[in-house]
Design a protein around this ligand. Sequence first.
Ligand SMILES: *[C@@H]1O[C@H](CO)[C@@H](O)[C@H](O)[C@H]1NC(C)=O
Ligand SMILES: *[C@@H]1O[C@H](CO)[C@@H](O)[C@H](O)[C@H]1NC(C)=O
Ligand SMILES: *[C@@H]1O[C@H](CO)[C@@H](O)[C@H](O)[C@H]1NC(C)=O
Ligand SMILES: *[C@@H]1O[C@H](CO)[C@@H](O)[C@H](O)[C@H]1NC(C)=O
Ligand SMILES: *[C@@H]1O[C@H](CO)[C@@H](O)[C@H](O)[C@H]1NC(C)=O
Ligand SMILES: *[C@@H]1O[C@H](CO)[C@@H](O)[C@H](O)[C@H]1NC(C)=O
Length: 339
Amino acid sequence: MLAFALFSLLPLCASAATLATFHDVPLAPSPLPAPGGRSNADAIVSAFGDLSRNTKWNLIKSIPLEGDVGEVESMVRINDDRFVLAWGNWTVPTKAYGKDAQGNTIYINGTDRTPGQGISHLTVFDGNGTRLATATLNDVDATEYHVGGMDYDGEYLWTELAQYRPNSTATAIRVDPYTYDVTPIVHINDHSGGIIHDTKKRTITMLNWGSRNASRFGLDSHDFYRQPKAVFPNPSSFVDYQDCKWLGYPTKWDRKKSVALCSGVAVYQFGDKITELGGIALVDVDTMVPLIEVPMNLLTPAGLSMNQNPVDVDVVDGKMRLFFAPDLQNGTIFVYESV
Ligand SMILES: *[C@@H]1O[C@H](CO)[C@@H](O)[C@H](O)[C@H]1NC(C)=O
Ligand SMILES: *[C@@H]1O[C@H](CO)[C@@H](O)[C@H](O)[C@H]1NC(C)=O
Ligand SMILES: *[C@@H]1O[C@H](CO)[C@@H](O)[C@H](O)[C@H]1NC(C)=O
Ligand SMILES: *[C@@H]1O[C@H](CO)[C@@H](O)[C@H](O)[C@H]1NC(C)=O
Ligand SMILES: *[C@@H]1O[C@H](CO)[C@@H](O)[C@H](O)[C@H]1NC(C)=O
Ligand SMILES: *[C@@H]1O[C@H](CO)[C@@H](O)[C@H](O)[C@H]1NC(C)=O
């Protein structure tokens, strides 16, 4: 019993991720700014109310990112001069176990493919896209190696490392934005690819493969293997969210709803025509019910949906700005305002 309790508590110790710094500058401003989304939640909710399928999006700025960003998964904008990108280098692809003689998908240990291999990183860029530092989040032989969405609460970065396959496992982690020390927070018995930190209720809500289910964990327990407080389906099938930013409790809903902005994509097939659609939504974090959702059809010059993976939001000069960074390897942060 005692051994189990100690084992459960152990993962809460912070461990230093391998951190390579390239310039002698602080990786984050001091003091840390409040997150842009949360500080301007009411203005963001109001701007969302004016969006539609026909909204014209104005490209304000593109920031080419120095170096190779592999496959980008999520982004936090700490301020205009510090962006943190979560990305991965998937070195051994996963491989499907295939189908049995009856044509049914083969599951081994509850999942349908081999683990594969990869390394996840967090890279800090300044406002000109200069690479300031790269943290490495896992060892090459880790089975949980796939970094997911990322939230920022004004103190820490919150993300997760998951197995790169559905119906698997993941670990939510908290990262110090000055040192990149990593603190494992909780183990989840599912894949996880999105995370929302409600600092008022002291919970994290994690979205699984394709964001089909949400699992909520309390942060008051230090038991690494604690059970989720709730697991519930995401009622929207419109797009699969990957990256979300918590906005707090906006006045539009009498400060009663915990609200996050989420962005994602889904592949739609019409006959033999296959189309990828992007979208953004404000969601009620407690139910994942979308409060406002808007499709987006922006593509990057490389042809990817702007909504593939990273998103952040702020209000600058009274206008809502959305930050995206979908492109592989040769990354760019695209900054948009709605017209
Ligand atoms: C990805 O990993 C391979 C194998 O270790 C390495 O050669 C390559 O440089 C890595 N790419 C990036 C962008 O880190
Ligand atoms: C399935 O799980 C068992 C027990 O953890 C393990 O020994 C085995 O290697 C796993 N099989 C595969 C194919 O991953
Ligand atoms: C970005 O580049 C501009 C023009 O060279 C320079 O004035 C500015 O200080 C740079 N900003 C950063 C964060 O390096
Ligand atoms: C998860 O496993 C169940 C069966 O155990 C299967 O029905 C479901 O499709 C799996 N989910 C995914 C995303 O593969
Ligand atoms: C979602 O959660 C429910 C309840 O825990 C579970 O039965 C179902 O298999 C899950 N679905 C997916 C796609 O993970
Ligand atoms: C990134 O740029 C390099 C050099 O121009 C090019 O070889 C590579 O194909 C590009 N990668 C992608 C995914 O566009």
